[in-house]
Ligand binder design. Structure first.
Ligand code: UDP
Length: 251
């Protein structure tokens, strides 16, 4: 148990200088890998994640085929030099298996898998640098790479976390806040307000959960804009129109 006390708020601001409802800077770029069918690179504060999407393609091993839909194979991993922290050897571990699973389940809520029976779609998310919030950054990068691959999705979705630090509900925790704060609450949601992923580390009261969800919904619109800009940058305004890309979260 870490007994170290860290002041996370100073003069009504977070130690990073951010306001309670302020996101870290987010940059998204599409089409960063030549061999992939779709790819993205995302910087979210000090997090750096690269995502490659391959498929729809033949299912290997064959017996895993589903005659009525595509299967999604998600792989989240961290490179050994992604942080100063001890994070073991490369290769799967309990955390990377969990994160791959929750991200896959979230993506299954939006990808039109029924259009591609007997195929697999592979989504690889590699964290190059980590500073808390990598599961939601990876989810956002996966949505961007799926858009780049032209794989139909039912609704655009984003990932975003809220939490509690120094007794205050805040959005988008960085590493110090994640380590020494009271709660971390990552969520992935669609533009129409469906929740695809919801996890919580720590404790929040019912009122705090409501406040956190309010912040999540409000700030998701910033991420939707970033995704739209990334699609516009590589493709065109027409493609954005076709995707019915609105920044407004419909609740
Ligand atoms: N972290 C790390 N190595 C690990 C696990 C975690 O460096 O093996 C750091 C990293 O900065 C990560 C943060 O701890 O972003 C918080 O990890 P958590 O499991 O809460 O997931 P995340 O917030 O990244 O989705």
């Amino acid at each position: 148990m870490d007994e170290k006390k860290v002041e996370l708020l100073k003069d009504g601001k977070r130690i990073s200088g951010r306001a309670f409802d302020e996101l870290r800077e987010v940059k998204i770029k599409l089409g960063v890998l030549d061999e992939a069918d779709g790819s993205s690179y995302i910087e979210w504060g000090n997090n750096k994640v690269i995502v490659g999407v391959y498929g729809p393609k033949e299912v290997i091993p064959r017996h895993m085929e589903n005659p009525s839909k595509a299967i999604l194979k998600c792989n989240y991993s961290m490179v050994t030099f992604c942080s100063k922290e001890e994070h073991g050897k490369m290769g799967p571990n309990r955390r990377s298996v969990e994160l791959s699973k929750v991200i896959r389940e979230a993506l299954e809520g939006i990808v039109e898998t029924n259009l591609f029976p007997r195929t697999q779609i592979e989504i690889y998310m590699v964290v190059l640098e980590a500073d808390a919030g990598t599961r939601i950054a990876s989810f956002l990068g996966a949505v961007a790479a799926l858009l780049d691959a032209g794989i139909p999705i039912k609704d655009i979705a984003v990932g975003i976390a809220a939490g509690k630090v120094g007794g205050k509900v805040v959005v988008d925790l960085d590493k110090d806040e994640d380590n020494f704060g009271e709660a971390d609450f990552p969520v992935a949601l669609t533009r129409t307000g469906d929740i695809l992923l919801l996890q919580m580390d720590g404790k929040l009261t019912k009122e705090e959960v409501e406040e956190a969800l309010g912040l999540i919904f409000e700030k998701s619109e910033v991420l939707l804009s970033k995704l739209r800009e990334a699609v516009e940058e590589k493709y065109s305004k027409e493609v954005v129109k076709e995707l019915k890309f609105s920044n407004k979260i419909i609740k």
